[in-house]
Design a protein around this ligand. Structure first.
Ligand SMILES: NC(=O)CC[C@H](N)C(=O)O
Length: 228
């Protein structure tokens, strides 16, 4: 399987994504946002960062980058696509996943470790995760997930919530909700479950030298894409 990591002006986690995938023994290419070719990538990653300086809203400009035409066509063909943090914001702006990302309730940039409880029992990214809580860093100013009541009902009925913010024991509490997301939602998938968006950064918790490999456990789930 070949991974393609898209680089927008202002991306700053593209190399972390490449390094982590290479650590996992995968073939990875970087895809420049002005290109029109996914170079045969089977699995596309939109990395974290501050694409176009986060103007007008985070992800709002990047969503119109030339390569997004190919990324959207890939997703519509059923191809796998993962957006992390700014990547999630771009997916939401492109309407490839439901909901939006708003400014954190405390109006501040949050940079710390949080815990995630895996939710969806049949999404590729979470179905194989069996720990109650995964310790993963967040780093964002606009990470508060929001969707209206009808959308939330559809997400829950169709098992599309990937992760919720939880405490160390895996309990989904208000105190664990770092940015004020509705229903503690930290990640969602689309209706057909081939597009994944998540605010926390698993690629920043994947190398043993950093003292936490919970992120690698999450990212290893994507390797199952070759089996399905
Ligand atoms: N780490 C990132 O991807 C930065 C997130 C984002 N642009 C924000 O501050 O909301």
């Amino acid at each position: 399987m070949k991974f393609g990591v898209v680089v927008f002006p202002g991306s700053n986690c593209d190399q972390d994504a490449v390094d982590t995938l290479e650590l996992m023994g995968q073939t990875v290419v970087k895809l420049w946002h002005k290109d029109h070719d996914l170079q045969g990538s089977d699995f596309i990653i939109l990395p974290g960062g501050f694409s176009y300086g986060d103007y007008l809203r985070t992800g709002a400009v990047a969503r119109f980058s030339p390569i997004m035409n190919e990324v959207i066509a890939h997703a519509n063909r059923g191809g796998y696509l993962l957006g992390i943090c700014n990547g999630f914001q771009i997916l939401a702006e492109a309407r490839l996943v439901p909901g939006v990302l708003l400014r954190n309730t405390n109006q501040q940039y949050i940079c710390k470790n949080i815990h995630l409880a895996p939710q969806s029992k049949d999404a590729l990214l979470t179905a194989g995760l069996d720990k109650p809580a995964y310790k993963i860093p967040v780093a964002h100013g606009e990470g508060r997930y929001f969707a209206d009541a009808d959308t939330l009902k559809r997400l829950n009925d169709n098992d599309q919530v990937l992760f919720r913010y939880c405490n160390e024991a895996g309990e989904i509490t208000d105190a664990a909700n770092c940015n004020g997301s509705v229903e503690n939602i930290a990640g969602v998938t689309n209706e057909t479950k081939n597009v994944f968006g998540m605010m926390p950064h698993p690629e920043r918790a994947a190398d043993p030298v950093l003292g936490n490999t919970d992120g690698r456990l999450i990212l290893e789930q994507v390797l199952k894409a070759v089996l399905v």
